[in-house]
Design a protein around this ligand. Structure first.
Ligand SMILES: Cc1cc2nc3c(=O)[nH]c(=O)nc-3n(C[C@H](O)[C@H](O)[C@H](O)COP(=O)(O)OP(=O)(O)OC[C@H]3O[C@@H](n4cnc5c(N)ncnc54)[C@H](O)[C@@H]3O)c2cc1C
Length: 459
């Protein structure tokens, strides 16, 4: 790339351009997953929508590979690229609340914990994920699973409008009335259709739920997982719990006798009448008394950032995912086999419910196809030391391979690495064709292809 092009773009931006050779370059090209080591030509820290338009036009006119980064959390590193231009939105964090209609407008650079901190001031929440450092933009565009999924649906089910810079440089709104096809595609279709510069979300009155983790010994995991399956199938929407196999970290928060022990856990979020929380949790407490029971009234921002300290940026991460329509006793046995060999202290396996409110949205109403799945599973190999990559990657692959026969047929796009075209098709299933037609309309030359890429339909 010519210095001329870099200089030109640098001059035009209100924000900051960092290019190869600049002193801040190596810091600026980092993403959350340290396994990803890409070298873009330029990273544009955009200050406003005009900057984003300038970058999109520059990439298109100069045939540059273009990546979009908001929170930088994508496990597959899809917020960065080699040799191209990165649009970084982390400077764009403005927000506006419309308290009379319970709506919040946020720019795309906002992180979950920043959104939570604002909505919590008025006792509200937007359904999002379980780690506060995640970007609202990438999480939402892929779907958005979290503590409020069963109660209020996915993040996309609470999206009212997005403002988007399209491949031709125009800026449009997408909502139920304006560009409804684009609005449909954005709700699950990721960064394929343009750069979303802001989102408008519905807020809900969730402020102090009863939540937190319960832990059991691995020897109790079979009966806990069977109970979890049966309970969640018919549980009221106001109770959400994600299941995990994990290693207890050796920190003061946990009694020393459990440090570094492999255990199973359910991380709860109950948003019903707090007086009834005892009734809700007693069945599982009576089935097997938790070894550690940390459930209590908790501010929503604290629940949604409970694991942030354990998961700083810069870890090595390798993820494999699938949706499951059910979890049979046979599948539970497969889980138990691999849970017993968790390869590193931070490696784990999570199952997130996608039933309740999320399942009452029609499969065809948004791009997110797996509305009839029961659980979204992800096997997570995580460790600070790259020397452990081989062992955690082979553990994650074997675990996933053994379970894959129970899959619904695809995985949640935000839980997968960069797995290629066939996997993307599986992940969108029957919605892929429509997505590919909408892609042809809004991005016929596939400018936005550093993502779980949907190819423009061929005429
Ligand atoms: C520790 C951790 C916890 C997580 N927890 C959850 C969870 O609880 N629930 C859940 O659903 N997911 C979760 N995820 C997955 C997360 O949703 C994805 O990693 C998501 O891609 C992160 O978004 P980001 O903006 O941080 O990512 P980035 O890496 O910045 O971007 C990821 C992708 O999104 C696209 N994109 C980002 N911003 C924009 C934009 N403004 N316009 C258009 N496209 C854009 C990019 O093309 C890119 O492909 C978690 C991830 C991590 C690492």
């Amino acid at each position: 790339m010519s210095t001329h092009l870099t200089d030109n773009l640098r001059k035009k931006l209100n924000g900051k351009l960092i290019a190869q050779g600049d002193p801040e370059y190596d810091e600026a090209r980092k993403v959350y997953n340290a396994m990803i080591n890409k070298h873009p030509k330029m990273i544009a820290f955009c200050a406003n929508v005009d900057d984003v338009v300038e970058c999109v036009n520059t990439a298109r006119e100069n045939n540059l590979l273009l990546a979009i980064r908001s929170g930088g959390h994508n496990a597959g590193g899809l917020g960065i690229c080699d040799d191209g231009l990165v649009i970084d939105l982390s400077m764009m964090k403005e927000t506006k609340m419309d308290t009379s209609n319970n709506i919040i407008w946020v720019q795309a650079g906002i992180l979950l914990k920043e959104l939570d901190a604002i909505t919590h001031t008025i006792g509200m929440s937007v359904p999002a994920g379980v780690v506060g450092t995640t970007g609202v933009a990438g999480l939402t565009l892929g779907g958005g699973l979290g503590h409020l999924t069963r109660r209020y649906g996915l993040s996309i089910d609470n999206l009212i409008e997005a403002e988007v810079v399209l491949a031709n440089g125009s800026v449009v709104k997408a909502n139920q009335n304006e560009n409804p096809d684009l609005f449909w595609a954005l709700r699950g279709g990721g960064g394929n259709f343009g750069v979303v510069v802001s989102f408008r979300f519905k807020m809900h009155p969730v402020s102090m739920p009863v939540g937190g983790p319960m832990f059991w010994d691995l020897s109790d995991a079979k009966s806990i997982l069977q109970w979890y399956r049966n309970f969640l199938k018919t549980a009221p929407d106001d109770i959400n719990g994600f299941f995990a196999f994990m290693v207890v970290p050796p920190i003061d928060h946990f009694p020393p006798e459990y440090h570094l022990k492999k255990m199973c856990a359910i991380v709860w979020c109950y948003t019903g009448d707090p007086e009834k929380a005892g009734e809700v949790f007693n069945p599982v407490r009576q089935l097997k008394k938790p070894a550690m029971d940390m459930v209590g009234t908790i501010p929503m921002p604290a629940l949604q950032s409970m694991f942030d300290g354990l998961l700083p940026s810069g870890l090595q991460m390798y993820w494999k995912a699938d949706f499951y329509n059910d979890i049979s006793d046979e599948a539970i046995d497969v889980h138990l086999k691999h849970a017993a060999t968790l390869p590193t202290m931070l490696s784990s396996m999570h199952l997130y419910p996608v039933n309740g409110a999320a399942a009452r949205v029609n499969k065809q109403d948004t791009a997110w196809n797996y509305r009839d799945a029961f659980l979204s599973g992800v096997v997570l190999g995580i460790d600070p030391d790259p020397d452990n990559n081989e062992k955690m990657i082979s553990w994650a692959r074997e675990y996933w391979n053994d379970l894959h026969r129970f899959s619904s047929g695809g995985a949640y796009v935000n839980f997968t690495m960069d797995e290629g075209e066939e996997e993307v098709k599986n992940n969108y299933s029957a919605n892929y064709q429509r997505l590919s037609q909408i892609k042809r309309k809004y991005d016929p030359n596939n400018l936005f292809r550093v993502n779980q890429n949907i190819k423009p339909a061929v005429m």
